[in-house]
Each structure stands twice: as C-alpha cells, then as structure tokens.
Design a protein around this ligand. Structure first.
Ligand SMILES: Nc1ncnc2c1ncn2[C@@H]1O[C@H](COP(=O)(O)OP(=O)(O)OP(=O)(O)O)[C@@H](O)[C@H]1O
Length: 269
C-alpha cells in the first residue's frame, strides 16, 4: 500500500541543474500560482523533463512522473484493488497519489496514452480540479499546490497520434526547442564535464546536423545526445568515435545521411 512515506520518495533534495533559455521559469511559476495545467511542447531531448524537475524543486513540490505508452489505462493512473491474502486492498495509482499530496504530476509523451485514458484527466485540468476515482465511488479535490504537467512532441504528430482539441485546450503551452548556441555550449560543458572548446565543437556539429532536417532527417540531434558524446569523450573515447556512437548511429539508419553527418563531424573535430 502506498503510504505517506511513498510520496517522500518523490521529493527532490538537490537542485536539478537547468539553464533557462527564455522566460519559461517565470511563465511556469505564473501558471502554478494561477492553478493552470501546463503543456510543454518540443522535440525529444531538448530539456523538458529537466525543466519540470527543476520547477518541482523550485516550487518545493514532490514530482510524480509517468512515462505514457499505448497500453496506459485509466486504472494504471488512478489505482486498483489488489488481492492481499483474504482481502482486497486499494492501491493508489501515481495520479491519485500526486493529487492527494498536492504534488506535481508529469505525464511524459502524453500523446502515446490511449484517448480514453486522457479523458480521465479532463475534470482535473479545468476549473473543477477534481479526480473521480470511479472504482471507489469518490471524487478527490486537488489541493491548490497540485500541478499538472504534460509533454508533447509535435514532430511525431500524425492523424492517429494527435491530442484532441478538447484535451489540448485545457493547458497553457510553453514551447521548447534546442537551446541557442552559447546556452547549449554551457549545458554540454557542464553536463558532459568537458572543456568549453570540446563543448563548442559538439554544439557546432549539433547545429549543422539540425540543418539536415527536412533533407531526410526526421529530427535533429538532441541536446541529450550531445551530452552523451561529451561524456564519452570525457571517458577517454576519441572524439570522432564518440560522435559516431552518440550522434551518427542513434539518429538515422540511412547510410547516405550517416555519411553526411560523418563529414560534418570530421570537418569540425
Ligand atoms: N536548459 C537545460 N539546462 C540543463 N540541461 C539541459 C537543458 N536542456 C537540455 N539539457 C540536458 O539535456 C538532457 C535531455 O533533456 P531532457 O531529458 O529534459 O529532454 P526531454 O525534452 O524531456 O526529452 P523527451 O521528450 O525525450 O523526454 C538533460 O538530461 C540535460 O542533460
């Protein structure tokens, strides 16, 4: 059974490093104060999750994160009765836990969740701020501190996988993208523990690779992958090999594109 102690496990003790790119910290804080749910839109690996972690720490809220997938049911979010010996015992799901304790609840890649699961969050994300727990025939009112956050990558948008207007129009949406050059250099240097010159080279590669978007490349190289490359270099791997395994191989299987990216790497490194 999830108890008071369980929520303590979701409290962030240390400040998660986050370098703001614009006024996202102010926007998010204002949304929190106005009790508005927030949607973070942006490509993979551009800092959305790190931002939520940072904001949870700043606002002193426990952070309950759920990675959405196509089998995610309402029961998975809200909770279920489980047989324990002779008894059936209720177990709160992550959403119920977060609502009860006025935590921050972050649904990552929300577009992956089933549409009927998403309908469940509607009463929670408008001015009712309520979570119906049907199996227990109760409704839980969210305390003022409860903050609902979802992330969404518009790049993967398709007719089948898009958020319904009735869902998306319940959120204020903050747009994210890869950080500007100097900011990304600072992030890669700090997160990858490499010197500034190496970080500069990696970000230069990143920006050039991103220009291949629309030329066969679905999505540019993420800040996350640039950090991975830096970490490998830090670990003693030669820069070109590090870029091969952290940048070239993950982002595409197309040999022509791989060659184009390799050329970018060898001209910069
Ligand atoms: N502004 C930033 N400040 C500090 N670190 C950052 C920032 N942006 C990106 N990063 C780094 O990039 C990594 C990836 O970011 P994050 O996990 O937040 O991506 P994401 O946008 O949530 O991706 P996904 O949509 O795939 O979940 C982080 O672990 C961190 O190292």
């Amino acid at each position: 059974m999830l108890t008071e102690r369980a929520i303590e496990n979701y409290i962030l003790e240390k400040e998660p490093f986050y370098l703001p790119v614009g006024n996202e910290v102010e926007l998010f804080t204002a949304a929190y104060q106005a009790k508005l749910p927030v949607m973070l839109k942006g490509p993979t690996g551009c800092g959305k999750t790190r931002f939520v972690e940072h904001m949870a720490w700043r606002l002193k809220r426990p952070l309950v994160t759920v990675a959405c997938h196509e089998d995610l049911s309402a029961t998975d979010l809200v909770g279920r009765y489980l047989l324990e010996g002779e008894e059936t015992v209720w177990h709160d799901g992550p959403l119920t836990l977060a609502v009860k304790h006025g935590a921050m609840c972050y649904l990552d890649e929300v577009v992956e969740a089933r549409k009927d699961t998403l309908v469940l969050i509607h009463p929670l994300t408008d001015d009712r701020r309520m979570l119906p727990v049907e199996k227990r025939r109760i409704v839980i009112e969210a305390p003022d501190e409860f903050q609902f956050v979802i992330s969404y990558n518009p790049g993967y948008q398709s007719v089948l996988k898009d958020l319904k207007q009735s869902t998306r129009q319940r959120f204020v949406a903050i747009e994210f993208d890869y950080p500007p050059f100097e900011t990304e250099v600072a992030i890669v240097a700090r997160e990858g523990q490499v010197d500034e010159a190496t970080a500069r080279d990696l970000v230069t590669i990143g920006q050039k690779v991103r220009n291949l978007r629309g030329h066969g490349l679905e999505e540019g190289v993420s800040t996350r992958l640039l950090v991975y490359a830096a970490q490998l270099i830090r670990g003693g791997i030669a820069p070109v090999s590090a870029c091969q395994v952290a940048i070239v191989n993950p982002i595409t299987d197309d040999h022509d594109l791989q060659r184009s990216i390799q050329e970018i790497i060898t001209t910069v490194m």
